[in-house]
Structure formats: C-alpha cells, structure tokens
Design a protein around this ligand. Structure first.
Ligand SMILES: [Zn+2]
Length: 460
C-alpha cells in the first residue's frame, strides 16, 4: 500500500494535489490525439471493398467447399489471411485450425479454421476485436424463424452441389463484423502506436453451427493460460434499416452477460464511456442481458469459458435478410458500419493503452472493502496495477446500472470516504496509466453465499 487518501465528502471536487501521494501530471484532454487519429483513419470505402469481396465467395458456409479457389469457405479464409498479412509486418497472421467431429449441425467431420491477426503489445494480455466470417442461408431465413415456421438446418449431405454450398452471401451476418475486424487490423497495424496489451483481430468460423470456432479458441486459451482480458464481438452491425421500416443509424446495442458487476458488464460500460467520448455522434446502448431472445453469438462462447466479452448488434435488424439469400451488399449502410467500427477502435485502443484493471479482492477472493476506522466509513483497498500512475474510484446507488460519481485519486491503493455507508453504494476502481488511459472498472462485489444446510432433530 503506497499511502492512504482520505476524502471529506463535501470536498469531493478537490484537486488531486490535495491528496497525499505523487501528483498526477495534468492531462489537457480526455482524448489522446493518437487514438483520435486512429479512429479517423477507419475508411468507409475500405469497408465497402472488404464486404464486396466477402460477398464474392457466394457462400462462406463452414460446410462448403474447402478446395475451390474462388467459392466457399476455403477461398474465403485464404483471402482473409492474405489480406490481413498485406497490411503490416507487425501483424502475425495465421489460421487457428481445428478438426471438428460430426455433431449437432455439423453433418460430417470437417476442418474448421479461424483466421487471426495478432498485434503483439508489451504485455501478453489480450484484447480481441472479432466477427464470424462463416455464413448460412436456409429456406425462409430468419424471417421465417421469427414467424415460428420450422426450418431445416442442414438436411442434405455435404457435396459441392449440396445444401451447404447454397448461395449464402452473408454480407451483414456476419460479413459486417468480419470486415470491421479486418479494417481494424489495418488501422491498428499501421498506426505506429506502441500498445501495452496485445491486440487480436479475429474472424471466427462455425458460428452458425453453434459458436464452434469461438468456443474452441476460448477453450485453447483456457488450456494454454492465454490471458484474454476482453472480447469485442461484432455480429450483424452493418444495417441501419429495420425490416419494419424503422431506421436508426445513430446507435449501437452492446449485449453483456450478468450479474450487474460482472467483467462483461464492466466492459459494456467501458465501451459506452470511451466510445461516447471518441465517437460522440454515435450512441452506445448497453443491454443488461446476454443477447437478444432466441439468438446467440460468439461472445457467449467466451463467456462460457470465463472471459469478459460483449456482443455488438445493430439497433434495427432486418430479419428477412438474415440467414437468407437476400443478405447482400445492398442491405448495408457503410456510414453506419464505419461508426460501429470507430466505437470498437476507440474502446480497444484505450483498453490496450491503459494498465490492466486493478484487483479489489484479497488472496482469498474477498472484496477489500470495510467500514473502518469509525465503523461507518467506506474504506476501499485495491492492489496496484502494473503501469498505473493513478486510480479513479467510481460509485453509484446500489440500485442502478450506471456509475453516478467518480473521482481521480493519486497513486494510492486505499481510499477512505468518511460516513459513507458501503451497504448503500456500489464502488469500483479503474487504473489510470501515464498517458491518462483508463482501464475497465473493477467493482467490489460480495462472493455468492455458500448454501449452509440446517440440521433438524428427528423427522422433518
Ligand atoms: Zn451471425
């Protein structure tokens, strides 16, 4: 513990120089010019070129031809690999391949390959920006599914003229998320910024058969102890026109699993905070649920294996184009997709330049929050985060989703707020790096109470 900062409640607006501990160098702006430049280098035109190329493979079904050089999953993955390789020698681009057995919607043993570009940072902790490049079209599409009609997933056996090679352009689902990830590989790879975290630009496979590529990669990360800090997954993010005619090109939904202070929720709040600062023309709408009803996406596979991950979803969907031969380039708004790409870029860049979020638990996993010294105070302790020069403490009423107050404290690992009832508020701490970049907020949360059986005498 470096030192203790004590704040008198009426004086919360006091400057950080009043706190003990080294003074924090003044930041003239919340915006880092490097990140502003990176965000502004995202190109609508490039996104359009990428989408047209993805559409040109006619289908990217994970069960389509792996051998054609112009059509199907094999041609598509090779092109994505070559494209990302061409952007920068700093990007380490590779296939992440798996031999998947016949199961569920996978109607034969098949090799599936994610395509990933890694931009190594100073630290091995990883920030992902992802989409899924595989596509699917079936009779009636998502429109029929929503209307309660039965649809066959993969009735026919795999052969070049079988159902898995049906025309399935998948330009929005999920060419949009794939193009976004590829474009961010370009702008991050060419940015010249020295990131602390390692960035990974990922095109997943097998999403339409059950989040297969994402799950296998997340499992590998668990097995190999690869520290995935955050996954920003984009799936259906390129259309601003609902199938009911309602248009919204100014907002994006971000879904995250609970409970309310889970790492995924913290990530969603972070996207809202920093996306909102770097791209104020685009509103981030966090959704306090894992995903839309009856729908799924790759972020959930990462969640299942214990990683923080959120799902970006366009605000107004056109279901008649999804999982349908009508999911073509005409259904895309490039200005809208570019705005979503900018929000992703801003959030990922801040995350990758900031220190890792601080731990607020002790070695037994208990939150380090007490009522000491008076018995009526809020006494918060956290562990120093590598690279942090200051911390920002957040709080809110214990009934609500958004942080209501925050205060920048110095390079300390403890804060006492006198006469502040810890039971009425949620507290959290973010680490702030030398460049003013802030981590996600780690909240003080009680671990779930273990069930304790009550013994009774005799028969119940
Ligand atoms: Zn999708």
């Amino acid at each position: 513990m470096r030192s203790i900062a004590r704040l008198m409640m009426p004086a919360l607006a006091l400057s950080v120089t009043a706190l003990r501990g080294p003074a924090v160098s003044a930041q003239p702006s919340d915006l880092d010019p490097q990140i502003v430049k990176l965000v502004s280098s995202i190109s609508e035109e490039r996104l359009g070129v990428l989408l047209k190329k993805l559409e040109s493979f006619e289908t990217r079904s994970s069960l389509s031809s792996a051998t054609s050089t112009t059509r199907g999953i094999g041609a598509a993955r090779q092109w994505i690999l070559d494209e990302m390789k061409s952007y920068s020698p700093k990007l380490q681009v590779s296939f992440d391949a798996y031999q998947v057995a016949k199961q569920g919607r996978v109607n034969r043993d098949v090799e599936m390959r994610n395509v990933m570009a890694v931009l190594p940072g100073k630290s091995p902790r990883r920030i992902y920006i992802s989409g899924h490049y595989d596509s699917l079209a079936r009779e009636g599409g998502q429109g029929a599914s929503n209307a309660g009609k039965q649809v066959a997933f993969n009735a026919a056996p795999a052969n070049p003229s079988g159902a898995e090679d049906n025309f399935a352009p998948g330009v929005n689902d999920d060419g949009s998320g794939t193009a976004l990830a590829i474009e961010l590989a370009r702008v991050f790879g060419q940015s010249g910024i020295d990131f602390d975290a390692t960035l990974v630009f990922m095109a997943h496979v097998g999403e339409e058969q059950g989040l297969i590529g994402a799950w296998l990669h997340a499992k590998k990360a668990v097995d190999q102890k690869i520290p995935i800090q955050a996954v920003l997954n984009n799936d259906i993010v390129g259309n601003d026109r609902g199938g009911n005619g309602i248009v919204d090109g100014a907002t994006i939904r971000v879904y995250s699993e609970g409970p309310e202070d889970s790492p995924s929720r913290a990530l969603a709040r972070f996207v809202q905070r920093w996306g909102g600062r770097y791209v104020p023309s685009h509103k981030v709408r966090p959704m306090a649920r894992p995903d839309r009803f009856g729908r799924g996406g790759d972020h959930s596979a990462y969640n299942q294996l214990g990683f923080a991950a959120v799902g970006f979803r366009e605000s107004r969907e056109n279901f008649t184009r999804q999982h349908d031969v009508r999911d073509t380039y005409e259904g895309i708004s490039l200005p809208y997709l570019a705005q979503n790409a900018r929000v992703n870029a801003a959030a990922a860049a801040v995350l990758a330049l900031a220190p890792p979020p601080p731990s607020v638990t002790n070695d037994r996993g208990q939150p380090q929050i007490t009522r000491a010294p008076s018995g009526y105070d809020a006494n918060l302790t956290w562990k120093a985060s590598p690279g942090a020069v200051a911390y920002r403490v957040f709080w809110r009423e214990a009934w609500g989703m958004d942080w209501q107050h925050d205060v920048l404290v110095g390079n300390v690992t403890n804060l006492i707020l006198p006469n502040t009832q810890i039971d009425d508020l949620v507290f959290g701490v973010a680490a702030v790096g030398g460049g003013g970049h802030e981590s996600t907020v780690t909240a003080y949360v009680s671990p779930p109470r273990a069930d304790s059986a009550v013994k009774t005498v005799g028969q119940p």
